[in-house]
Design a protein around this ligand. Structure first.
Ligand SMILES: Cc1cc2nc3c(=O)[nH]c(=O)nc-3n(C[C@H](O)[C@H](O)[C@H](O)COP(=O)(O)OP(=O)(O)OC[C@H]3O[C@@H](n4cnc5c(N)ncnc54)[C@H](O)[C@@H]3O)c2cc1C
Length: 390
């Protein structure tokens, strides 16, 4: 297989470069899928490309729930192997959204805090690419200030009765379960701001839950509002400890913020553009492109190092916040780099139809990059505080 400009980026000699042929295997699989017309590459497809059949095909190769222990149906693979697979899928713009959240953060969360029963019930299904989760953190009046969530769980016989509302919940209209951050002790009764919060697993098929998809300007719906009305959640579906929701969520956010998807949402556009430049023999903006490639190279190293640290049982929240802030701004800047490289009035530098298709699509997705998973301002606060400076 020939070397692409992407492969040539600064990872020579690094274990990440090939991971023992795994990268080539994933690339061949992806090429086969595209050649068979099963899907077309799209920017941001880790959030918008919901394709359960693809998730199951991937799982059949052992590429979903890769780091889950074998006793729970996973491959027990290392963090770098998973990193290589996810990087290749993102670079190809593959439709991985259905299993993405379950694979990225629900599985580690279950392994860290779940009961044996929850692990046996959910992990094999996640590794099979069949069971999908959504994340119920944000509410209409609680986004950045997550500790102010008002969705209330009240104690009842054998479980909890939950009432509240979540918003911007990615994939909630298609997923099976919602991991919801809820208030189990009223705020004025809790001792500290972050006390009294817990995580519950809600079955999205419950008749007490109404999921209202939120449409974007282009008519597509990728996130939803979730209205929860007096829903019974049995004790068996409490994730972790009652009252420890804040601590648990923070462990989870390191997974949510640090992956290569915070760098590579627009990679299909950048890579199509690199191929084009290679074919036409130059760009109108070599300086801009050079800077973008340097940033990409550094960000790959940063996200890979956080992936390794996560497997050591650490929650590298500062490094994860840093990776998300720098990575998501890079993803957005790719749009400008591609635009500047093909200025109006220079037909010799005109983009191909494929690059234009990806560019249009990236422009529509771009506003969400720096918002989802914590805004730029919030991440910078995490970094500053984490360094003991505020
Ligand atoms: C595409 C997309 C997918 C999403 N998916 C999910 C999901 O699956 N699950 C989920 O729970 N949520 C999801 N979200 C919601 C996302 O996490 C929130 O939008 C985000 O945390 C910001 O919250 P907010 O929208 O309430 O904005 P606010 O918190 O109201 O912030 C508004 C503005 O004020 C700034 N600001 C707020 N507080 C401070 C402060 N203390 N200092 C400085 N500036 C501040 C913010 O940076 C921002 O610019 C998604 C969002 C998007 C765009």
């Amino acid at each position: 297989m020939s070397t692409t400009p992407y492969q040539r980026l600064s990872l020579h000699g690094h274990r990440l470069a090939g991971a023992g042929g795994l990268r080539a295997e994933v690339r061949a699989f992806v090429a086969e899928e595209i050649a068979a017309g099963r899907w077309s590459p799209r920017c941001d497809n880790w959030l918008i490309g919901w394709d359960p059949a693809f998730s199951e095909r991937l799982a059949a190769r052992g590429w979903a729930g890769m780091t889950i222990p074998a006793e729970y149906g996973g491959q027990e693979a290392g963090a770098l192997a998973r990193f290589v697979v996810t990087e290749e899928l993102l670079a190809a713009g593959a439709p991985v959204a259905a299993h993405w959240i379950a694979d990225r953060q629900t599985a580690p969360q279950l392994l860290g805090f779940g009961t044996e029963g929850q692990k046996r019930r959910f992990l094999p299904e996640i590794a099979a690419g069949r069971t999908y989760f959504a994340l119920g953190m944000s509410e209409p009046d609680s986004g950045s200030d997550l500790a102010s969530v008002r969705t209330r769980a009240e104690r009842t016989d054998g479980g909890w009765r939950v009432t509240g509302r979540k918003i911007w919940t990615s994939g909630a209209h298609r997923a099976h379960y919602l991991t919801a951050l809820v208030r189990t002790t009223l705020r004025d009764e809790a001792t500290g701001r972050h006390d009294g919060l817990s995580q519950l697993i809600l079955d999205l098929a419950d008749p007490g839950i109404e999921v209202r998809p939120i449409r974007l300007l282009n008519g597509e719906a990728h996130f939803a509002e979730v209205v929860i009305e007096d829903v019974f959640v049995p004790d068996a579906m409490v994730l972790g400890e009652i009252g420890q929701g804040w601590r648990q969520i923070n462990a989870e956010l390191a997974y949510e913020r640090s992956g290569p998807e915070r760098v590579l949402s627009t990679a299909p556009l950048l890579l199509a553009h690199l191929d084009e430049i290679a074919a036409r023999g130059g760009t109108a903006d070599p300086v801009g492109l050079g800077l973008a490639l340097a940033r990409l190279s550094a960000l790959r190293g940063l996200t890979a190092s956080v992936a390794v640290e996560l497997t050591g049982g650490h929650a590298p929240d500062v490094a994860a916040a840093l990776a998300k802030d720098l990575g998501t701004r890079f993803e957005g800047d790719v749009v400008d780099v591609v635009r500047r490289s093909s200025p109006a009035g220079r037909p010799e530098d005109a983009n191909s139809a494929e690059t234009e298709r990806l560019l249009r699509q990236a422009v529509l997705q771009q506003p969400g990059f720096t918002l989802r998973g914590g805004t730029t301002e919030i991440l910078r606060g995490v970094v500053t505080r984490g360094m003991g400076l505020r």
